[in-house]
Design a binder for this molecule. Structure first.
Ligand code: FES
Length: 245
């Protein structure tokens, strides 16, 4: 495949950025999107140019570090992580725009790399259980209803990639916080800190540069793990419950 990439280049956090055009050739439809960027970077390095900075780690859809906006959509045309997007999703001759997440709470560090440490602050505010865990207990030691276990597991699949924030017109982190709160507040082990968790996490989210949620649903549409809109309803219900206490 022969493609034209238009990639956001920005030397540093305070440097001005701009889209730069790069033709690429010899791209296999079996390559992942990141492998395609590797091909470009190999060439740029051989030519003595600065390679494009982009974040990645596992390249298996697990770590959540690889997100970019592709043709205006977080993670590109398919509902998956950027590392799991393959070039067969594009056609020979396509022009592809590649940009970093665009959200006030995720400032650009360089090129396609953004600072997502605001997510860490939300998790540090309550996205954990303080009960000593000890050694691994028997699976049935704490009975958990099947429906609750399924809900908790579905929400625990959030990998914190930030696509929800990038897709939200308000730059809200509500779907991310909802996944963490639904995961932990649904399980009996999360019960002792249930109220404090939701208040602290929502207050931390509000204190950072995230916008408010208006239930527009763009976040859900791009979430590679399928965190549902119902999780936001859970956050709202848990917050109201905790606020009344
Ligand atoms: Fe880990 Fe994409 S590199 S999810």
């Amino acid at each position: 495949m022969k493609l034209t990439l238009r990639i956001w280049r920005q030397a540093g956090a305070d440097a001005p950025g701009r889209m730069v055009e790069y033709p690429v050739d010899g791209i296999s439809e079996d390559m992942s999107f990141l492998e395609m960027l590797d091909v470009l970077n190999d060439r740029l390095i051989l030519e003595g140019q600065e390679p494009v900075a982009f974040d990645h780690d596992c390249r298996e859809g697990i770590c959540g570090s690889c997100g970019v906006v592709i043709n205006g959509r977080a993670h590109g045309p398919e509902r998956t992580t950027t590392c799991q997007l393959h070039m067969r999703a594009f056609r020979d001759g396509d022009v592809i725009d590649v940009e970093p997440w665009r959200a006030k709470a995720f400032p650009v560090i360089k090129d396609l790399v953004v600072d997502r440490s605001a997510f860490d602050s939300i998790v540090q505010a309550g996205g954990y259980v303080t009960a000593p865990t000890g050694s691994a207990p028997d699976a049935h030691a704490t009975p958990v209803p099947k429906a609750d276990a399924d809900t908790a597991f579905d929400n625990a699949t959030c990998i914190g990639c930030g696509a929800c924030v990038a897709a939200c017109p308000n730059g809200s982190a509500t779907l991310f916080a909802s996944a963490k709160i639904t995961h932990l507040n649904t399980l009996p082990q999360g019960g002792p800190e249930r109220e404090r968790r939701v208040i602290d996490m929502v207050q931390t989210m509000d204190a950072l540069d995230f916008g408010g949620c208006t239930n527009s649903g763009e976040c859900v549409a791009v979430c590679p793990k399928g965190i549902p809109l119902a999780s936001i309803a859970t956050l709202n219900r848990e917050f109201l419950r905790a606020s009344r206490k």
